[in-house]
Design a protein around this ligand. Structure first.
Ligand code: UD1
Length: 427
């Protein structure tokens, strides 16, 4: 069956919504359970998303029992595990590579076909592999799959050339059973990594430096099970705050950690949006006409690349010219051609988008080419009174729980319908 999202925009989004648990925190935390032996890890606030289902299937394939109901997940990991991950699952999602570190540490070997994921430029895993080699692993590439093995991993000092989120997570998990201390320098500082470190600490592995660029991991022999809550999804929260601003509305996101949204709220304020925050809520409301602002995406605490497409959509209808530089990925502007179909005036110069704001966009048939590009098109559709048909919804369901329901609860007019067109857009 093919589906599309029909968006009838032009109405200010107003109200408050609860934010889901963070996809990008849940994925590594779920992968970390592979370090357990005959124990259970329980997780609360796990979002019901396609990527999470894929990770759960991957763990089941490796031998774990995974139960997932009402945003709670319980993972029992037996003594015996498989170490070969299937191409069919790994190809669906780049984050499948997160099982490499824990699997190698736990079973002494792992086979991982090179992963797939969003179409946002070349995304190698060389830093993961270099780090694992520093811990003493033998790494070979055989017919497009990584073969990793190590009788024992040895604690070591690893310097990351770039603070890669996935490499930091994989190496943290691999270092848990390494002999002695591992130090990761130039580690990523994203809040999702802190959530993973909390989980590993809870399971009994001492790790210091969470939230900083230097992590110290003391290798240990075995771990305990436990229970942990996934942090709020700062990317989902940012998406709804921007959608509120783009529609001239007034949106409050609840159950968030406001500090995690600082880079976005600072830019929204600069653009003329009113921001109010308390302990676990952030409100964004239009105060003045939207002004263009410029930005560059950077690793945390910089402006997140995962919010760049949504912010580009907002700048497309702001007054003035905005320069948006992508500083994390090699190419992440697939949403630009679709926004242009909706009347946006954007010129691409390498890894920079020059966005000249227009008064309003027009409706069009557009297609999500990756997860956050899809979110940008939803925002663009909500900003115009015309009708927009969004195809490629499978990308959206990878990262947004009940997005259509949440938008309707804010007064937006969107519905998912079966579509005869674009027959190739199965999900
Ligand atoms: C994670 C997020 C993703 C987000 C990204 C950057 C998850 C599941 N996904 O992805 O949503 O967009 O962080 O915030 O958490 N790189 C290399 N070699 C490597 C690893 C990375 O060159 O071995 C490059 C990548 O190609 C990319 C950049 O480093 O250009 C950032 O990648 P990384 O931080 O690793 O992102 P992911 O962990 O894949």
């Amino acid at each position: 069956m093919n589906y599309k999202m029909l968006i009838h925009g032009g109405k200010p989004l107003k109200g408050s919504i609860d934010i889901q648990g963070a996809k990008n925190a849940a994925l590594p935390v779920i992968a970390s359970s592979l370090l357990l032996r005959d124990k259970t890890l329980r997780l609360r606030r796990v979002p019901k998303l396609q990527d999470i289902f894929t990770m759960a299937d991957l763990l089941r394939h490796l031998g774990a029992s995974v139960h997932f109901k009402d945003n709670e997940m319980s993972i029992f990991v037996p003594e015996e595990l498989n170490w070969e991950t299937p191409k069919s699952l790994v190809r669906k999602m780049r984050a499948s590579s997160l099982v490499l570190g824990p699997l190698l540490a736990r079973t002494k070997r792992a086979i991982l076909p090179l992963p797939g994921g969003c179409a946002i430029g070349s995304r190698p895993i060389d830093l993961h592999l270099k780090g694992l080699a520093r811990l003493g692993a033998n790494i070979d590439l055989v017919h497009g799959a990584v073969h990793a093995s190590a009788e024992t991993l040895k604690g070591s000092k690893i310097y990351l050339d770039f603070p890669s989120v996935g490499a930091t997570e994989n190496l943290l998990m691999a270092a848990v059973f390494a002999e002695g201390e591992t130090v990761i320098e130039n580690a990523a500082r994203e809040p999702e990594i802190k959530n993973l470190i909390e989980t590993l600490n809870l399971m009994g592995c001492p790790i210091e430096g969470a939230g900083t660029g230097t992590l110290h991991i003391q290798g240990i022999g075995d771990l305990e099970g436990g229970e942990i809550e996934i942090i709020p999804d700062r990317i989902e929260a940012s998406t709804y705050l921007i959608a509120g601003a783009a529609t001239g509305g007034d949106v409050t996101v609840s159950r968030v950690i406001p500090e995690h949204l600082d880079a976005i709220t600072a830019k929204l304020e600069e653009a003329g949006v009113g921001i109010e925050a308390d302990e676990d809520r952030v409100r964004a409301f239009l105060k003045d006409p939207m002004k263009s602002v410029s930005l560059k995406t950077l690793p945390y605490p910089g402006f997140p690349t995962d919010v760049q497409p949504q912010f580009t959509a907002l700048m497309a209808i702001s007054e003035g010219t905005s320069i948006i530089q992508e500083g994390v990925f090699e190419s992440r502007f697939l949403h630009v051609s679709e926004l242009k179909r909706m009347g946006a005036n954007i010129e691409l110069q390498g890894n920079t988008a020059v966005v000249s704001g227009v008064r309003s966009l027009n409706g069009a048939d557009v297609r999500a080419t990756d997860l956050r590009a899809g979110a940008a098109l939803v925002i663009a559709g909500l900003s115009t009174p015309d009708e927009t048909s969004l195809f490629g919804l499978g990308h959206i369901w990878r990262g947004y729980e009940r997005m259509d329901e949440k938008i309707r609860s804010l007064g937006g007019q969107v519905k998912i319908v079966v579509s005869e067109e674009n027959g190739d857009l199965k999900w």
